[in-house]
Design a protein around this ligand. Structure first.
Ligand SMILES: *[C@@H]1O[C@H](CO)[C@@H](O)[C@H](O)[C@H]1NC(C)=O
Ligand SMILES: *[C@@H]1O[C@H](CO)[C@@H](O)[C@H](O)[C@H]1NC(C)=O
Ligand SMILES: *[C@@H]1O[C@H](CO)[C@@H](O)[C@H](O)[C@H]1NC(C)=O
Ligand SMILES: *[C@@H]1O[C@H](CO)[C@@H](O)[C@H](O)[C@H]1NC(C)=O
Ligand SMILES: *[C@@H]1O[C@H](CO)[C@@H](O)[C@H](O)[C@H]1NC(C)=O
Length: 146
């Protein structure tokens, strides 16, 4: 008897979970790329209100929760952010492109930074330090080292 009840409630729970994640559309779906020294680094990021984040972004959970905490649009937030902190003055341009959908809205960010250090400090100031994933040594984290 007890077992039957448990089985039934499990079945209901699964049914409800499935209904939820089928009916809720993808909230955020982005292609994030950095073009630096003739190399293109690219990550795909999918954030859902429910369920696991997706894509091949190497810091999905952190990036999705940063996007969820945005108070203004992604493009405005990045455009207005002022980098704070030291960077060696190397000119090695890093072009950031973020395109896709944030919270159901079409989004495009195209920015050029003098180097990846300024890119990192700007995104950190924007409250989005994980949207472009870095290794500790400052190289881009494309997941090839795990
Ligand atoms: C939907 O929910 C079920 C049950 O929780 C889960 O197994 C499945 O992976 C989910 N599907 C998606 C696309 O998130
Ligand atoms: C970065 O963007 C600038 C301005 O649009 C452009 O002149 C430059 O060629 C771009 N660099 C790369 C590596 O794409
Ligand atoms: C990016 O900037 C933050 C804030 O200054 C710093 O803590 C972090 O170490 C930097 N990351 C890299 C890879 O340089
Ligand atoms: C993610 O997938 C895209 C499209 O297949 C690919 O161009 C990119 O290199 C991949 N990035 C990583 C970090 O695996
Ligand atoms: C930086 O760190 C990554 C990950 O640990 C490693 O794969 C890469 O070779 C390092 N790059 C340099 C220039 O040391």
């Amino acid at each position: 008897m007890k077992h039957q009840k448990l089985a039934l409630s499990l079945l209901l729970a699964v049914g409800i979970a499935n209904a939820n994640n089928i009916s809720i559309p993808t909230q955020t779906n982005l292609e994030i790329s950095v073009d630096e020294s003739q190399t293109l680094y690219e990550w795909l990021l999918v954030c859902n209100q429910h369920g696991e984040p997706g894509g091949n972004h190497t810091e999905k959970e952190a990036a999705c929760s940063e996007i969820a905490r945005l108070e203004n649009s992604l493009d405005d937030t990045i455009e207005k952010a002022e980098p704070h902190g030291p960077c060696i003055l190397i000119y090695r341009p890093a072009n950031l492109t973020i395109s896709g959908i944030v919270d159901g809205k079409q989004t495009l960010v195209v920015e050029e930074y003098p180097n990846s250090c300024v890119l990192n400090l700007t995104l950190t100031a924007a409250g989005l330090p994980h949207i472009v994933p870095f290794n500790e040594n400052g190289s881009y984290n494309t997941g090839n080292n795990e």
